[in-house]
Design a protein around this ligand. Structure first.
Ligand code: NAI
Length: 297
């Protein structure tokens, strides 16, 4: 997609951080924009700052299928058919898996994975049916590649969003709908305040973040990339129909190191039976073809 003007964009988590940066960038391109967010006060503040008649706000918890469908109807009634979908809302829980409860899993996967699934299930059928093309951008993270002991559930969700997005890209390419995966590193944002949007129903077994650690997070996020810079890279990524949108160049060497280490895990010199090699040869050719087709090659 080269021309954004006149298109309608739906951005989850659009009231702060990366989502708000995307809203600004898309409005500047002449899009109509809906910012969907769980924080009504942030929506109100964002609408004031954006001060543009082409943007509306809608309160939405992305973990809820019903709310998602309602928000989609409301936005499309007001702005027209959505052809740019940004599944961007996310929260973080900085703790290890062995210290996590079912409530922790349900909250983090509910927002960071189910939120993306709900966006896809709600909007993709509409986008396909209308035949207007479009683009879906799912916000993952470098944590879709790089794991630590913490944040384990966040890693789990972001790895899953990566798989979901790549698979979706191949199935939507024939419809003229692109799919990209945004993988940011550190961004100036509000994500350190995630605890404040944790629903009471999933807080029973949750441990509140220690004050000292919260202060460290606030400081470290101040060092992050400006959301406007991330957004500008996202729009470039859509224009080029790139799958991976790597906004932070500081990760390239580390990914190379990691991929090399992964390849070293294969045992050298093992025999490959010809019948199996033949099956994989066919599959590999088709996979390569799908990647090229999705890039328009
Ligand atoms: P942010 O906290 O500034 O913005 C996220 C927005 O999502 C907030 O406005 C929040 O109210 C909203 N939100 C939270 N839960 C929601 C829910 N259940 N339903 C609807 N909206 C909800 O954080 P940021 O950093 O802009 O996060 C955006 C995405 O970027 C997230 O998916 C995050 O995982 C990802 N990311 C952020 C990085 C960073 O350093 N800030 C690094 C890598 C990825």
């Amino acid at each position: 997609m080269k021309d954004f003007a006149g298109r309608v964009a739906f951005i989850t988590g659009g009231a702060n951080g990366i989502g708000l940066g995307l809203a600004r960038a898309l409005l500047a391109e002449g899009c109509k924009v809906a910012i969907a967010d769980i924080r009504q006060d942030s929506i109100d503040e964002a609408l004031k700052t954006l001060d543009n008649h082409n943007v509306i706000g809608v309160k939405l918890d992305v973990a809820s299928r019903e709310e998602f469908a309602k928000a989609a109807d409301e936005v499309e009634e007001k702005l027209g058919p959505v052809t740019l979908l940004f599944n961007n809302a996310g929260i973080n829980l900085f703790q290890t898996i062995d210290e996590s409860s079912y409530d922790d899993w349900d909250w983090v996967l509910g927002v960071n994975l189910n939120g993306v699934i709900n966006g896809v299930q709600t909007f993709v059928p509409r986008m396909k049916e209308r035949g207007l093309g479009g683009h879906v951008v799912n916000t993952a993270s470098m944590a879709a590649f790089l794991c630590g002991p913490a944040p384990g559930i966040y890693n789990t969700a972001k790895f899953a969003v990566r798989g979901l997005s790549e698979s979706l890209r191949y199935s939507l390419a024939p419809q003229g709908i692109g799919v990209s995966l945004l993988c940011p590193g550190l961004v100036k944002s509000y994500i350190h305040a995630s605890d404040s949007v944790r629903p009471a129903s999933l807080s029973k077994d949750g441990k509140p973040m220690e004050e000292e650690f919260r202060k460290q997070l606030v400081e470290v996020h101040k060092l992050g990339m400006e959301p406007d810079e991330v957004a500008s890279k996202v729009l470039d990524g859509i224009r080029a129909n790139r799958f991976y949108i790597f906004s932070h160049p500081e990760f390239k060497d580390e990914l190379r190191e990691l991929f090399d280490e992964i390849l070293e895990e294969f045992v050298e010199g093992e025999e490959i039976p010809p019948h199996r090699a033949e099956v994989e040869k066919g599959r590999r050719a088709k996979y390569k073809e799908a990647r090229m087709a999705a890039r328009g090659e």
